[in-house]
Structure formats: structure tokens, C-alpha cells
Design a protein around this ligand. Structure first.
Ligand code: MRU
Length: 340
């Protein structure tokens, strides 16, 4: 991804391996500070995932892959390291796929590198396929951050926007702020700004207003886990946007690599939903917004039923929910995806 640091434009990845450690752009500090977090042990990797130094389903998977390879190189107890990393966050399926991939490849560094290269390449492919949906002058709404920070590069939902922009299309992006952790306002707006893509941050509650005004042509979001029938989990608030899009006749797309599809479950009610600390809701940037004594409730994700999805943008092509059987067959033939 393109990043302007101290006035200098750099092409960077969100996660990389260097000097026997895993390096992560610290997403907790953006957009105000650009800092690199160094993970030296599997404890550091588990901390980074749990505390959202790195977040976004594919990025969590890639961090786990590099983290396990690093732990192996440093002669850690690999069962303990895997267990620790698996117990960080329950919803993003990429985490579980990456850990089983690494286990089946002896936790080798080459396997981690391969995992990262594969997922990144597939995100670019999602961008190329999704670009077909975006017309010149198109207005797109997105929720949370499914950008390069949430993969390593390109992103999932943001990849078609990057490709469309690079192809010279004049696009405008409505960016949901995405309470409570503001991944939209802090990370998506930052990425789009770095790329020079026109956008505006909106209150989460304003999406319906712009949809009804016909200001939005399509919605593209990411996903954390997708069930066999097409029900999918994504950042809390996605379900509302899907319902509003349907009511207003606006196409609603989900961009995700094969690593996010969990064909071991048939419907979305089987997807575990992470509950996070109430203070993420009760505070903004560390200042309390609620009166003392009031508690908060903080489900991190919700599940959108498949009937609200126009299509899934994947590296294998576009699929309507009822066509996911075809995707499953393609993934079964795909050596990289088929390492159980
Ligand atoms: O809690 P987060 O920030 O990890 O949630 C991230 C999302 O919901 C993303 O939309 C999803 O993981 C897709 S990232 C390509």
C-alpha cells in the first residue's frame, strides 16, 4: 500500500518478517501516529491480535502464520504457541485456517511466506474482479476497515476501489465511522487518503439517510466468517447496512478470500461472535462518554443473513449466495486452500 510518512511516499506492507521478529504497523495508533510494533515471541503475537495492534480477518491469519514460524525458529513449544494464538479472537475464520495450514506445513517459515503471498495475491484478484462493479463516477459505501491494513496489501472491500482509482475511474467513498473502535474513521479514511481516493467519513447512523437520497450506488464490505449458505459475520453494524441497502434497492457485495469461508458450518447462527470490553463503547479515545455507573455491551460482530447479499467477490470470481456450492468445489480443487 502507498503510505506517506514524513512527506515521503513509501510502498509498505502491513505485516512482515525481519531480523527474526514479526513487524506490524500498529493500527491502534493510526491515523495520528505511524508506529511499528515488533513481536518477538508467540506471547507478543497473541497480545497483538487480542489487543488489535493488527486486526481484520486475513491480517490476523497472516500474523498467526508468521508468528508460528517465528516461534518454531525460536524453539518455542509449538502446541502451546498454537493454543495461545488460537485463543485470541473467536470470529475470524482466517485465524483457524492459518494455524491449521502452518501445523500441516511443520510451522516452516517458507510456509508462512507462501501463506502471506497467496492471500495478498488473492486480494488483488478480488480487486480486479470487484472493479467490474464500479462505474466511473461511482459512489460506494463501506463499513469498518477491509483495506490493506486488514490483509497485508490491497485489502478486500477496498481492493476494487484501489483498482478502480488506479484505472482512472473517478469514485467517491462513504466511510462509516464504525463505532466503537472507529476502524472506518481511523483506518479506512487514512488508507483512502494515502491513495488520493475521494471520500467522506459519515456517522454510522447516516448511511440510511444517504441510501434513501440515492447518493450511494453500491455497498462493499469485508467479512470475518462466511457460512455455507452465505450468512456472514462482519463488523457490528454491517447487518443494518445490508437491510437498508435492500430496502433502498442498492446492491450489497461482500469481498472476501477463500480463507474466510467456513464450509464446515451450514448457517450463520453457528458463527461465534466475540464480545469485547465494555469500555470500548463507554469511551472514545480514552475519554468516558457515558455517565459513571452505566455499563456497556460490546458485541464486535453481527451476522447478516444471506438473503441480503447480492454477491460475494472472491479470487475465484463472483458468486451469489445460492452459488456457493460451486465455490466450495473450486476451493476443494485448490491445493493452497485444501491443506487441512
Ligand atoms: O474487529 P476487527 O477490526 O478485526 O473487524 C474487522 C472486520 O470486521 C473486517 O471487515 C473483516 O475482518 C474483513 S478484513 C479484510
Amino acid at each position: 500500500m502507498k503510505i506517506v510518512v514524513d512527506g515521503e511516499t513509501k510502498i509498505m506492507k502491513a505485516i512482515w518478517y525481519e531480523d527474526d521478529n514479526v513487524k506490524l504497523i500498529d493500527q491502534r495508533k493510526l491515523p495520528d501516529k505511524f508506529e511499528i510494533f515488533t513481536a518477538e515471541t508467540s506471547d507478543d503475537i497473541a497480545y497483538a491480535i487480542k489487543n488489535m495492534v493488527v486486526r481484520g480477518a486475513p491480517a490476523i491469519g497472516i500474523t498467526a502464520a508468521y508468528g508460528l514460524a517465528m516461534a518454531k525458529k525460536k524453539n518455542e513449544d509449538m502446541d502451546a504457541a498454537s493454543e495461545k494464538i488460537l485463543n485470541t479472537r473467536p470470529t475470524a475464520y482466517d485465524l483457524f485456517r492459518a494455524v491449521s495450514y502452518m501445523k500441516n506445513n511443520g510451522y516452516e517459515m517458507n510456509a508462512a511466506r507462501r501463506y502471506a503471498i497467496e492471500i495478498t495475491g488473492r486480494s488483488k484478484k478480488i480487486g480486479e474482479i470487484g472493479n467490474e462493479l464500479i462505474k466511473d463516477g461511482g459512489n460506494i459505501l463501506t463499513h469498518c476497515n477491509a483495506g490493506a491494513l486488514a490483509v497485508i496489501d490491497w485489502g478486500t472491500a477496498l481492493a476494487p476501489m484501489r483498482i478502480a482509482h488506479d484505472a482512472g475511474k473517478n469514485i467517491f467513498v462513504y466511510v462509516d465511522e464504525t463505532r466503537p473502535r472507529l476502524q472506518g474513521a481511523k483506518l479506512t479514511a487514512w488508507e483512502l487518503g494515502q491513495e488520493g481516493i475521494d471520500h467522506a467519513i459519515i456517522a454510522d447512523n447516516a448511511a440510511g439517510y444517504y441510501m434513501k437520497k440515492k447518493s450511494i450506488d453500491l455497498v462493499i464490505v469485508g467479512a470475518d466468517r462466511i457460512a455455507s449458505n452465505g450468512d456472514f459475520a462482519n463488523k457490528i453494524g454491517t447487518y443494518e447496512k445490508a437491510v437498508l441497502a435492500k430496502v433502498n434497492g442498492i446492491p450489497f457485495y461482500v469481498a472476501a478470500p477463500g480463507s474466510t469461508f467456513d464450509f464446515s458450518i451450514d448457517t450463520g447462527d453457528k458463527i461465534p461472535i466475540e464480545e469485547r470490553d465494555e469500555n470500548e463503547v463507554l469511551e472514545i479515545n480514552g475519554s468516558r462518554i457515558g455517565p459513571a455507573g452505566s455499563h456497556g455491551k460490546n458485541p464486535a460482530f453481527d451476522v447478516t443473513p444471506h438473503e441480503y447479499v447480492t454477491g460475494f467477490i472472491t479470487e475465484y470470481g463472483m458468486f451469489r449466495p445460492e452459488e456457493l456450492g460451486k465455490l466450495k468445489t473450486l476451493m476443494e480443487k485448490d491445493l493452497f486452500m485444501n491443506v487441512k
